[in-house]
Design a protein around this ligand. Sequence first.
Ligand code: NAD
Length: 367
Amino acid sequence: MKKKYKIAILPGDGIGPEVMKEALKIIEVINKRFKTNIITKKYDIGGVAIDKHGVPLPNETISGCTKSNAILLGSVGGEKWKKLPINLQPETGALLKIRKHFNLFINLRPSKLHRKLYKLSPLKKNISSKGFDILCVRELIGGIYFGSPKGTKKNKESKYSFDTEIYSEKEITRISHIAFKLAMKRNRKLVSVDKANVLESSILWRQTVDKISKIYPKVKVSHLYIDNAVMQIINKPYDFDVILCSNLFGDIISDECAAISGSIGILPSASLNENNFGIFEPAGGSAPDIANKNIANPIAQILSLSMLLEHSFNLKNISKIINNSVNKVLLKGYRTFDISDGKKYITTKKMGDIIANLILKGNYENI
Ligand code: NAD
């Protein structure tokens, strides 16, 4: 009997359900074309879960995800829920919580620009026409977003707020190993980002990365301060391969990488634990400004599915076929609104249909 793969589908809010529909179309086509047995079940998360169940992350969503082999998420959040207490809002009450629940300490954010698609990038032609392929490896459940103490107090002079950036050697070690292993499978270049000229936690970060680098002598390691890193990425994105970052710096760097590749609407992400179980989701948010207009780009969601097949199900060939099909569609000139000239563009549904059709009709060997 064919191996059964279970995916928990969490469409979420805003454009989430629209782009998820297109990813589900791709799953259907894959099952048909490659005779895989991928089954899906939908659960609520984010604002839609607050409206239906009173909480952003209902217990049945957690238990449904636990019973699955991987999670495909749309996106969460919107104006409607912004006034709720912070721990009940979609992002903190659902996203941060579910990442922590499944111990998803690895965040992978690939950012690629094909040389021939240089016009998509806001960078100058002499830079973008060289193309780039960067993998940002971000530590996801430590650092300042989770560090304690955090809060707001008042003294005689003023109200004040504080957060704590804290990293143990153990936390830095485990994410470093992941980044080095990935670098070994790519171009063997790793840049670690920190602020070791100012922050204690960054000094430990740098020392630990150096220590781990001895285990991977084939990987060329360098360190950049965050302020320099953001400049270098803009000036010479093609020089980067793997970038290793803390939670905070990775949040910033990965969005910068998204911006220079053209649109956040084409970039996927994976959040994994050590067993390759994880959440796969677009790099962008719920994009309320374009929700329900059938103009959102479904590519980030489709490539998130591709990452899921690669990392959680080890279906590397099928993942490659999806990536190649997306590339072909872009190279043929099909554009959704976000990557168009604003005049000629296709709908979310049409983009999904074209990619699905290409996967279905393609000529493949060795699958
Ligand atoms: P956003 O990523 O939703 O939108 C930023 C810009 O990118 C918008 O102009 C939007 O139209 C565009 N965009 C995003 N995805 C797109 C796509 N697939 N196709 C075309 N254009 C796309 O970020 P924001 O506006 O800062 O946040 C909106 C909401 O999403 C907020 O509530 C925020 O908290 C939430 N958010 C959620 C996640 C998540 O679910 N992982 C991540 C970031 C933001």
